[in-house]
Design a protein around this ligand. Sequence first.
Ligand code: PLV
Length: 368
Amino acid sequence: MAQQFHLNTPLLESVNMSKRAGTTVYLKMESSQPSGSFKIRGIGHLCQQLARHSKGVVCSSGGNAGMAAAYAARKLGVPATIVVPASTPQLVVQRLKDEGATVRIAGKVWDDANAEALRLAETEGLTVIPPFDHPLLWEGHASMIAEIAASLGPGVKPGAVLLSVGGGGLFCGVVQGLRDAGWKDVPIIAMETVGADCFNAAIRAGKLVTLDDITSEAKCLGAKTACKQAFDYSQCGELTIISEVVTDQQALQAVINFLDEERVLVEMACGAALAAVYGGLIGRLQTEGRLPAPLGPLVVIVCGGSGVNTEQLTALKQKHYFFKVTHTHVLAICVHSRWLYGWNLAFCSTHIKIKYTLLCQKPFWNLV
Ligand code: PLV
């Protein structure tokens, strides 16, 4: 049998997240995979089938598919070229090089890098490793559901599966895995961030949609168009798919909460899924009747990601103004403006608004 590149990852119960979600939360710890994310499941499987005797592989990536391709190629003794967009953090570029890959930077977003990878494959005779759109990838990703079934034990079925969507490869693999396990009635909660929400846009439009740009910080969710199979699943009617979008700030806050509570650092791409628990989405979906109440165990795919370290996290926090404005701050501004302008209410209110905007680095009307 061909060597398997991925690991069987733990399924951990989270007491903190269970409290927040109102049901038992199990974390499928794909962040512990070699290469740092679930991607090695599908890409490892695909490389076993297609890359063993290749002259070299080329993979366009937001980072993590590239990490998996570079890892698998190194294990197979095949050269790897990884094409990433300019938005890819330097730390990922370095990690790819440390894996022994040749790194090329092309364009602004993943779609640009993909065009370059396809061109290279053509001119240099390299085997293309797609990051999310290939049946072998989905087959590889599906293995995580078989593992979840084995970990949960006989007779235990998830109440829902929570995951992030970029191009939709993980989603397709999970659908396939749920079908194989006889669990196709288990709802899937598919999370994206605003500005990297091609799957949600497609569902709303009733057809595949190409976003104009990727404006989210969660670059690893940044495909402009979801893969057709993911869209077809969303339309097939036999599955329950709940597509939701969170802001970058919510995804980042989820990354911070997860680090504090579970002691694991993941990318914002993964934070998008975690935000559904930390931001109270599960309860809201139950109130809206879109998820059953009570809900069976919630399985969260902790997809991971290598594009983050403490320095990167600090930079993201600064960018997303995580300054906590307390009542004392607001009171101090009011007292100061009263002292400056007395009872001139027009001046006072303008002063308060300006101070508040400067303090929070966001307009005062975004107070909540
Ligand atoms: N990232 C891809 C696509 O980027 C990549 O090249 O790395 N969580 C993490 C940590 C990811 O890296 C990705 C995909 C996803 C979730 C979403 O997976 P997908 O693309 O299969 O839906 C543009």
